[in-house]
Ligand binder design. Structure first.
Ligand code: ADP
Length: 459
């Protein structure tokens, strides 16, 4: 509900309440009061009349009684009738009682005429109070009208002031906040008023300036960080190239030493050459993965999205990792349906799947199982699951999994690895517009999944 409507309703309800109070309580109260006052006034006149009549009553002078009461009836226009009865209840004045005319508002008061507790007669006066009471009523109605008009004027004035001093600045503030949310810092507010609205506008301006400043420094920091990251990636990339050439030489000559039937190696020499070969291979893997990471980070990784039939790709990957699985007696189950396909770049997607599958074999229990399945998690998407029956990964380690060079404590184990594979995997899948995640708990195996936009093979 709008602020203006709320205030209108509040003032309106107060007005209605006040009017009801005046109309139903205050006005009847004033009228009842006036009636009581009239009664008192009439009563005092009756007392005086009684005192005037006492001597005539004592002397039983009926002529004077008639003259006095006739004269009083004539001079008091509001008197409708006056009667005098003797103490026995016999009518003294007038000669006969006539019914009062219709349409009058009558008030009747009786008074005993007595001297020293001796009652000489009873006076009964009937007056018409309609005239004075209707004047009071008229005045009340007039007052009520004035009150209603004043309330209407007050309501209009309050709404106008509210509009001018609260609603308009509040609307400007909302527009300014919307602009700010869209990153436009140009809009400015009227900060001249010295009330609460003015101080709100000044606080808003200060906040806007601070956000603007922060954004500028954030942009500068991002630029610096991007430059540094690019320089780092280029350095890594060139270093990796430089290292690969001599390393390939070392591995080549190692192989020559190992397989030279003319000069067979002694058992000790063979052990040393095997060490050179496995360390050299590890170094080459490391360099290759650092090179991959550097290429992705420097933005040199080209991604060309096409529709790739999934079952064929998974079969190819399963064939590649089969020798590794056989070494550890691991059974691979490929349950990916023929008709599935995803939108991705073939080589990076293959690298992603190979990495997840080789991890599922490396970190599996001897004789375990590796299962590859797929499903549509939501319309337009296809998710590929790689599930192993290994030791699993405790939940608190899940975030660290994708950090480069973090092997989650496997550094000392005899399982070879560099700790970069999952980092590269995550960057590649995200570069293709997909997502990666896992479900795993300590001791319950792991399921790594990647998802990509789907397109049916028919398309
Ligand atoms: P690498 O395998 O070369 O060490 P990765 O980045 O592929 O590097 O994996 C990082 C770490 O995550 C591994 O060292 C291992 O501790 C853990 N990990 C990855 N895959 C699995 C898995 N399927 N089961 C258990 N642990 C895993």
């Amino acid at each position: 509900m709008l602020l203006r409507t709320k205030v209108f309703l509040a003032v309106f309800l107060i007005g209605v309440g006040l009017s009801a109070f005046i109309f139903f309580v205050w006005m009847p109260g004033v009228e009842a009061n006036s009636r009581d006052n009239l009664q008192l006034h009439t009563h005092s006149k009756l007392v005086i009349t009684g005192e005037v009549l006492v001597p005539h009553l004592i002397q039983n002078n009926l002529a004077n009684i008639y003259d006095s009461l006739d004269a009083l009836l004539q001079t008091n226009s509001d008197w409708v009738s006056i009667t005098l009865h003797d103490k026995g209840g016999n009518l003294i004045y007038p000669l006969s009682i006539q019914a009062p005319p219709d349409g009058l508002e009558l008030q009747t008061i009786s008074h005993e005429v007595k001297v020293r507790n001796v009652v000489f007669g009873v006076l009964t006066l009937t007056t018409d109070v309609g005239g004075p009471l209707s004047v009071v009523h008229q005045q009340n109605v007039e007052l009520f009208r004035i009150l209603l008009v004043s309330l209407a004027i007050a309501l209009a004035a309050i709404l106008l002031m509210l509009d001018r001093f609260v609603r308009k600045p509040a609307k400007e503030l909302t527009i300014a906040a919307d602009y700010l949310a869209k990153g436009n810092y140009e809009i400015s507010l009227d900060t001249r008023t010295q009330d609460e609205v003015g101080s709100l506008a000044r606080s808003f301006q200060a906040m806007r300036d601070a956000i603007c400043e922060n954004e500028k420094s954030l942009h500068t920091a991002i630029e610096v960080a991007e430059k540094a990251s690019k320089a780092k990636s280029e350095f890594l990339s060139s270093m990796s190239h430089e290292l690969r050439t001599p390393l390939n030489g070392i591995l080549g000559f190692g192989q020559l030493l190992d397989f030279n039937p003319k000069e067979p190696l002694s058992a000790h020499q063979k052990q040393c050459v095997d060490h050179i070969m496995s360390s050299g291979q590890h170094l080459l893997d490391l360099i290759n993965e650092v090179l991959d990471l550097a290429r992705i980070e420097s933005g040199h990784q080209k991604i060309e999205l096409t529709s790739i039939p999934l079952a064929a790709l998974v079969t190819e990957c399963v064939q590649s990792v089969s020798p590794l699985a056989d070494e550890r007696a691991i059974t691979i189950k490929n349950d990916v349906a023929e008709e599935c396909s995803v939108v991705a770049d073939y080589t990076p997607l293959k690298q992603v799947l190979l990495n997840l599958m080789s991890n599922g074999i490396k970190y599996n229990n001897e004789g375990g199982t590796l299962t590859i399945t797929s499903e549509a998690p939501r319309t337009g998407w296809r998710r590929i699951y790689v599930t192993d029956t290994g030791p699993g990964i405790p939940e608190e380690m899940h975030n660290a999994l994708f950090e480069p060079f973090n092997r989650l404590g496997k550094e000392g184990s005899n399982i070879s690895g560099t700790g970069i594979g999952l980092t590269v995997t995550k960057r590649l899948i995200e570069a293709m517009g997909g997502n990666i995640g896992l479900n795993s708990a300590d001791g319950e195996g792991s399921t790594f999944w990647v998802e990509l936009p789907e397109r049916s093979v028919a398309n």
